[in-house]
Write a protein that binds this ligand. Structure first.
Ligand SMILES: Nc1nc2c(c(=O)[nH]1)N[C@H]1C(S)=C(S)[C@@H](COP(=O)(O)OP(=O)(O)OC[C@H]3O[C@@H](n4cnc5c(=O)[nH]c(N)nc54)[C@H](O)[C@@H]3O)O[C@H]1N2
Ligand SMILES: Nc1nc2c(c(=O)[nH]1)N[C@H]1C(S)=C(S)[C@@H](COP(=O)(O)OP(=O)(O)OC[C@H]3O[C@@H](n4cnc5c(=O)[nH]c(N)nc54)[C@H](O)[C@@H]3O)O[C@H]1N2
Ligand code: SF4
Ligand SMILES: [Mo]
Length: 921
């Protein structure tokens, strides 16, 4: 961190806030330490995490520095370069261009593309501006890419987007099923709550349904490696099994549901025979039956689902096929059971509450319901109200590309990286008359195409609320001063709205917006049917009635609370752990719906040309497009580079080698990354992480390959299933650099930038044959002084070259090259960068290309909290005969803090046991 760019704390006292990453929504206690660094701890009083944080949350202090921050408004000049401008100029440009385009082409010619990482207050204002004042529903959000299938599934089944249960139901359950969720890496604190159930209830079962054997499977009792895209067959099969094996709850079905016969007929048609289902889903029949039997025989079951379910061209049906199984058994609205959509982003839920999707209205009301439109417009007293759905994310960028939408304002999302067919996004943004981006970071793949950049306050600086997966609203509170000229997102939107001539955008703080949001949720909620005409319902479960009228002091003191929120007659404000306990669903007749889900395959199938299925997702220590987590050296250590995980037999078949580079391509685009095995991938598919982009690597943006196919109901893209081809990416040499300085890498074929603690690391590979290594390396590293302390070794026979630049006995930079990707350990070299002075043994090691002392190479990091490497753990397991994760923790601390690496340690214990047993045999 550059000291001149250190953030400034508002107060030394500890601030209670909420983690800005995943939907678990952990409470964080943040404080400024004596040395100026930021202290981050889990908030022991927060019900979501009770003091725990995963490794991303723990590393928050490393990500709030001002390096790379967008601190001033900027506009693109005629020469194509960005220049700093005054806020007035930027805001006037946005407002006047939006107004002019609306005047000439109508309200549907402009759009907002927002994010589940906005606070509820920001989101509320953006939605109000677009739907109530500009008068178009062209506001969509990256939650379209994430939760929209769950939203659509909930609405079809319950009549409203409701997550029935609370986290404590996981602890009350006797069986947890995780479908398409790698919770061990993506929702670590929630996963730890699940893992701990087994300590108190040894009979409790964890079943994981995922084509890959992920870290989540390490703690599972049963893993069903379902063929990608076949979940509906699996759950239709389960429904049929439950129906005909005496597991149905007829009283519940009679009293509270509709549509069983149609849904069951569809399930029975293709899926009544478990052997057929097992064949289609490519799972072992005995395992499938074990799952069906356990589900049938266990009353308290929670079925958690995430992106392996939602991100599919059959995503909404997958969701409903799961819910059907809970409805037929009546397992909903009671402790320890229910379908559980695990949300991705910190405010995925808040965005849904304010109606941030292009087909919704605010406060859980529907765009296509005239009564709802009347309620919202009346409450806002707004000049108009959108009455047609706007473009959903993928269609929105198509509409930009073909000129139907002429101005777009992107907030808190990076579509150049995260949308499918991401090169279409590039073409769209290149053509668009006005691209505005509100972000906290200046250089992103999307910002490269913006005409106006608006600096937003980031986590730690901004103030507002977020809602987690269990409907719990928590405050994000500021503890850092606003840097530069950055401003809160809500304020920026209000400013533009006022400049467009709209009333209704005067707020003296986020509390006032939250109050309006709370009042709208209660407005005409549940008024008698007669008042709204016949069957049109106005009742919504979503209500913040108990918080209506909230003032600044109460808002500032607001403790985490689950909606619906009521105020009791004694004046106390209470939340609700579980909804649907009264079994009154939001459909007009008060009943839940079974939805007939006809199974179908993913939209695009493999072919001779594209024989493998590309599956994409997350790694443990990075967050999305890495604009924040990419700054942390702690987080970079776990997985420093993008990779293509492939089965060893497929690697042989397609001629790619572990550790080498490969290029994968689809009909839409291509990328290059390093080949690896060991990610538990089945044959016929590859897995690539979503995080790397044009800022962090030369050509690792996987979004460019993903097919832009969407679910017909939700519009959510099929991110988990694109046919691709793989081939070796031939290079003449591999290498890496560790340096304390910046580098220009324009001429290098392939590179990845990795944040180190006292240095930057570049992984490199090149096509050009380098004849004079020394001259080339000196030029690249900028060391032209012939007197420089420059150690060097070259072996022309195998293309090995290494050079080290030492300044005042400290290592300043080093470069290692080889014809093959068999380069020395980076963790050992990182250790040398931490030393104030190199020892003689270090210098010898540098020349030989490996550490001289035993134990000096910890290997790749497994435990990020304590920086414990793989080699260290394996050595201890072997030398001390360790058998349990607890013993490893006692010995090395690894796994003892956040616990995110426990599944990996467990895997190492098993691997070593297997290898040693094989050697003995
Ligand atoms: N470390 C980390 N955590 C995160 C995030 C992050 O960027 N990094 N992002 C957050 C966000 S926004 C989200 S949405 C969540 C996502 O959280 P998850 O959904 O848990 O994560 P993913 O890795 O996207 O995908 C989950 C799994 O779906 C599996 N899958 C693929 N196809 C199928 C299929 O057809 N059927 C089934 N059953 N499974 C399939 C994949 O193999 C993968 O293991 O994570 C949140 N948490
Ligand atoms: N291939 C593939 N693609 C995927 C997925 C997948 O599984 N596979 N998953 C999809 C899913 S589930 C999601 S959620 C998306 C996520 O994808 P994105 O939303 O595109 O990813 P982020 O990196 O989170 O982008 C957030 C941006 O907001 C900025 N930012 C951070 N804080 C603030 C703030 O307070 N205000 C403002 N204005 N800006 C801020 C960050 O710097 C960053 O540029 O990716 C989707 N794309
Ligand atoms: S599990 Fe980790 S990333 Fe998610 S909210 Fe908690 S600390 Fe943050
Ligand atoms: Mo997400």
């Amino acid at each position: 961190m550059n000291l001149s760019q250190t953030p400034i704390a508002i107060a030394v006292a500890t601030t209670q806030t909420t983690c800005p990453y995943c939907g678990v929504g952990c409470g964080v206690s943040a404080s400024m330490k004596q040395d100026g660094s930021i202290g981050i701890k889990g908030d022991e009083l927060h019900p979501a995490n009770q003091g725990r944080l995963c490794v991303k949350g723990s590393a928050l202090g490393e990500t709030v520095d001002l390096d790379g921050r967008l601190l001033y408004p900027k506009m693109r000049g005629a020469d194509g370069n960005m220049r700093r401008v005054a806020w007035d100029e930027a805001l006037d440009t946005v407002a006047s261009t939006f107004s002019a385009i609306v005047a000439e082409h109508g309200p549907d010619a402009v759009a907002l593309y927002v994010s589940g990482q906005l606070l509820t207050e920001d989101y509320y204002i953006a939605n109000k501006l677009m739907k109530g004042y500009i008068g178009s529903a062209n506001i969509d959000t990256n939650s379209r890419l994430c939760m929209s299938s769950a939203v659509a599934g909930h609405k079809r089944a319950f009549g409203e987007d409701l997550v029935p249960l609370a986290y404590e139901d996981l602890e009350l359950a006797d069986m947890v099923v995780l479908v398409g969720s790698n919770a061990a890496w993506c929702h670590p604190i929630l996963f730890q709550r699940i893992a701990r159930i087994k300590e108190t209830k040894p009979h409790a079962k964890l079943v994981v349904i995922d084509p890959r054997r992920t870290a989540t499977c390490e703690l599972a009792d049963l893993h069903l490696p379902v063929k990608a895209g076949t979940d509906v067959w699996l759950f239709n099969g389960l429904m049929s099994y439950l129906a005909h094996r005496g597991a149905r709850d007829n009283a519940f079905i009679e009293a509270h549901t509709n549509g069983l016969n149609e849904a069951l007929a569809v399930a029975d048609a293709d899926c009544a025979d478990p052997a057929t289902v097992a064949r289609i889903c490519k799972v072992d029949l005995a395992d499938l039956l074990a799952f069906y039997e356990a589900f049938a025989g266990t009353e308290k079951v929670v079925t958690g689902f995430s992106m392996g379910v939602n991100q599919s061209s059959a995503g909404t049906d997958k969701v409903n096929s799961i819910i059907n199984c809970h409805l037929i058994t009546g397992r909903i609205g009671k402790p320890g059971m229910g379908p559980f959509s695990i949300t991705g982003q910190p405010n995925a839920m808040g965005g849904r509450e304010v109606g941030g999707l292009a087909n919704m209205l605010a406060a859980h009301m529907d765009l296509d319901n005239a009564v709802h439109r009347d309620i919202v417009q009346g409450f806002w007293a707004s000049p108009r109200i959108a009455d047609q759905p706007g473009y959903k994310a993928v269609d929105l960028f198509r509409a930009i590309e073909d000129g139907r939408v002429k101005a777009v304002w992107v907030m808190a999302t990076n579509p150049m990286v995260s949308l499918p067919d991401a090169d279409l996004v590039r073409r769209a943004l290149e053509k668009c008359e006005l691209v505005v981006s509100s972000d906290i970071i200046e250089k992103t793949d999307t910002n490269a195409f913006a005409h106006v950049l608006l600096p937003a306050l980031g986590w730690g600086e901004k103030d507002g609320t977020v809602t987690n997966s269990e409907r719990r609203i928590s405050r994000q509170r500021s503890f850092l001063l606003a840097p530069g000229e950055a401003r809160p997102d809500w304020e920026i939107i209000c400013d533009v709205a006022r400049r467009m001539g709209f009333d209704g955008f005067h707020f003296d703080g986020p509390h006032a917006i939250f109050d309006e949001h709370a009042r709208l949720s209660a407005h005409r909620n549940g008024e008698p049917e007669a008042a709204v005409g016949g069957a049109a319902k106005s009742r919504r479960v979503f209500s913040l009635a108990g918080l209506a009228g909230i003032g600044k002091p109460q808002y500032d003191a607001l403790q985490p609370i689950q909606w619906p929120v009521q105020r009791l007659s004694d004046g106390s404000v209470v939340g609700t752990a579980r909804v649907l306990e009264d079994l009154r669903f939001t459909h007009a007749d008060g009943r839940a719906r079974f939805v007939a889900t006809v199974p179908r395959n993913p939209a695009n199938q493999t072919s001779d040309e594209f024989p493998l299925v590309l599956n994409t997702g997350r790694v443990r220590d990075q967050w999305h497009t890495m604009t924040r987590t990419g700054k942390s050296a702690t987080l970079a250590n776990h997985i420093p580079e993008s990779f293509i995980d492939i089965h060893p037999q497929d690697a042989l078949l397609y001629g790619v080698r572990e550790g080498g580079l490969a290029r994968i391509s689809s009909r839409w685009g291509a990328m290059v990354a390093r080949v690896q095995h060991g990610g538990g991938i089945p044959r016929g598919s590859v897995f690539v992480p979503i995080h790397w982009n044009d800022q962090s690597a030369s050509d690792a943006r996987v979004g460019a390959l993903v097919n832009p196919v969407v679910d017909p109901v939700s519009g959510e893209p099929e991110f988990k299933h694109t046919p691709v081809a793989i081939e070796e990416f031939r290079v003449a040499w591999h290498g890496f650099i560790l340096t304390r300085h910046e580098l220009a890498l324009d001429d290098i074929t392939h590179w990845t930038r990795v944040q180190g603690r006292d240095f930057t690391r570049f992984e490199l590979a090149g096509r050009s044959n380098i004849t004079d290594h020394a001259a080339w390396a000196r030029k690249l590293l900028g060391v032209d002084d012939p007197e420089a302390d420059w150690l060097e070794y070259e072996d022309l026979t195998d293309g090995t070259y290494r050079a080290v630049h030492v300044v005042d006995d400290r290592i300043d930079m080093c470069i290692f090259m080889s014809a093959r990707p068999d380069l020395p350990s980076r963790s050992w070299l990182a250790g040398l960068f931490a030393k104030q002075q190199l020892e003689d043994a270090d210098r010898v090691g540098l020349l030989v290309g490996q550490p001289i002392e035993k134990g000096a190479d910890a290997g790749p990091t497994v435990c990020s909290c304590f920086g414990v490497g793989r080699n260290t753990i394996c050595d201890a397991i072997r030398s001390k005969g360790l058998k349990e994760v607890g013993e490893v923790t006692a010995c090395l601390k690894a796994g003892g803090n956040c616990g995110s690496c426990v599944p990996e340690i467990k895997k190492l214990l098993v691997e070593i046991k297997t290898v040693d047993a094989a050697e003995v045999a």
